[in-house]
Design a protein around this ligand. Structure first.
Ligand code: AMP
Ligand code: MG
Length: 412
């Protein structure tokens, strides 16, 4: 039986180096930067005013106060997008707005609230407060200097990165390609969820024939795949026959870069994924990973493509996706950070794992950081997963006391 970290390492070692493409910045949210991006300009690009007011020479207004205003001659106006051509002379000021370039000769801006302009004397302004040199001026290059690194390879672009890149004039970025990921669910018992909302009255219990269940793994895994940046592609459910499994895998491998299956990977006589994959020429690693839920897990390679065979039980599929497949989807895109987001909380009750495998326990962490069990932990119980907002990694044969600080692994 493999430890989780060994299994992840084996998977990551097989993932090829990413390939890049250049795309418009506006489509780059969540994409992984492929090449260093250096700032092409200073930010701000020019000295500019932090307020609406009057650009002045600080020495001219050094004595100004409400009791003893200094009167300056209004020499011009610089609206947003404009600039002042001349030079500010002693005794002059210029009307200026937030973000407008500071006129040459000015070394401070007095905010509008500290000035008085009289309609009858339209070319004069009274300054009611002194200004220190460079007061209310934002300096060119104080945010970003031309030539500095603003995005590193491996960074997944968030809204803030995108804002910074746009501010320096970047309109397109070279990012790594995203894998298309086939999502297959195997099991003759699986039925598609209904296209109409099922009635809760007992008369309509005919929605499922005896022995059938609604398929749920593809539904839950699709958003998990999408949030890695990979492109999920949902395939029809696959009945438990060798022929159907082979045909479905062949199609999935032809159309996608990576294939995720769920179900059909244990040792039951109806479990066809492994044999079908090998018949297609795939090389298989079948592991029991020492985690609960989710022990049986298949990883395989077919040419340059990969199979991730998840167990069928919904919680096992969910957890093995997060722990063993998600890192690979991120690495395929060259992401530097492939870990799940984490938060730290305090156990609000004791947690016990009497077993000999690590248990990834569904928990609910509240606003105050108190961590509670999300309910029944069996691998088919979806309601506790829906209540949970994280997992804690509970080592084998361990009890963690109430009050212990715990790392909570999150997926959203
Ligand atoms: P298997 O791994 O195929 O033996 O499936 C284990 C359990 O998970 C069985 O109870 C299946 O009915 C259930 N199961 C398998 N695949 C799915 C699925 N896609 N959606 C919901 N339940 C599933
Ligand atoms: Mg099955």
């Amino acid at each position: 039986m493999l430890e989780l970290e060994q299994a992840v390492e084996k998977i990551l070692a097989s993932i090829p180096a990413p390939k890049s493409e250049t795309i418009p910045l506006r489509e780059a949210h969540g994409r992984v930067v492929a090449e260093k991006i250096l700032a092409a300009i200073d930010l701000p690009p020019f000295d500019n005013s932090a307020v609406d007011g009057y650009a002045v020479r600080a020495q001219d207004v050094a004595s100004a106060s409400a009791q003893h205003p200094v009167t300056l001659q209004l020499a011009g106006r610089v609206a947003a997008g404009e600039h002042f051509d001349g030079q500010l002379s002693p005794g002059q000021c210029i009307r200026i707005f937030t973000g407008s370039p500071v006129p040459p000769g000015a070394d401070a801006v007095v905010m509008q609230e500290d000035t008085k302009a009289e309609a009858s004397r339209s070319n004069e302004v009274q300054i009611l407060d002194s200004a220190k040199p460079w007061e209310n001026i934002r300096f060119h290059g104080e945010d970003v200097k031309h030539g500095t690194l603003i995005a590193e390879p491996g960074t997944r672009l968030g809204a803030a990165h995108i804002g910074l890149l746009a501010a320096t004039g970047v309109g397109q970025v070279t990012v790594n390609r995203r894998p298309t990921v086939a999502l297959l669910a195997t099991g003759s018992e699986l039925r598609e969820p209904l296209s109409e909302t099922p009635s809760t009255s007992s008369a309509s219990s005919s929605t499922l024939a005896p022995g059938h269940i609604f398929e749920s793994n593809r539904a839950a895994l699709t958003p998990l795949i999408a949030t890695t940046g990979a492109i999920p592609k949902i395939f029809p459910t696959v009945p438990d026959t060798a022929e159907a499994t082979r045909a479905a895998l062949a199609r999935a491998f032809a159309e996608c870069d990576l294939v995720i299956t769920c179900g059909g990977v244990s040792v039951g006589e109806m479990d066809f994924v492994k044999s079908a994959f090998e018949e297609l020429g795939g090389q298989l690693d079948f592991w029991k990973v020492a985690i609960k839920p989710g022990r049986p897990f298949v990883f395989g390679r077919l040419g340059k493509k990969f199979l991730f065979g998840l167990p069928g039980n919904p919680i096992s599929a969910f957890v093995t996706f997060l722990l063993l497949t998600r890192p690979a989807l991120l690495r395929w895109q060259g992401a530097a950070n492939i870990s799940l987001p984490t938060s730290f909380g305090t156990l609000a009750e004791p947690f016990s794992n009497p077993g000999d495998r690590r248990h990834f326990v569904r928990v609910t962490m509240d606003r105050n950081g108190q961590v509670h069990s999300a309910g029944t932990q069996a691998s088919h119980i979806l309601s506790s997963l829906a209540l949970a907002n994280g997992l804690i990694d509970l080592p084998p044969k361990t009890t963690l006391a109430l009050g212990t600080t715990a790392k909570v692994l999150r997926w959203e």
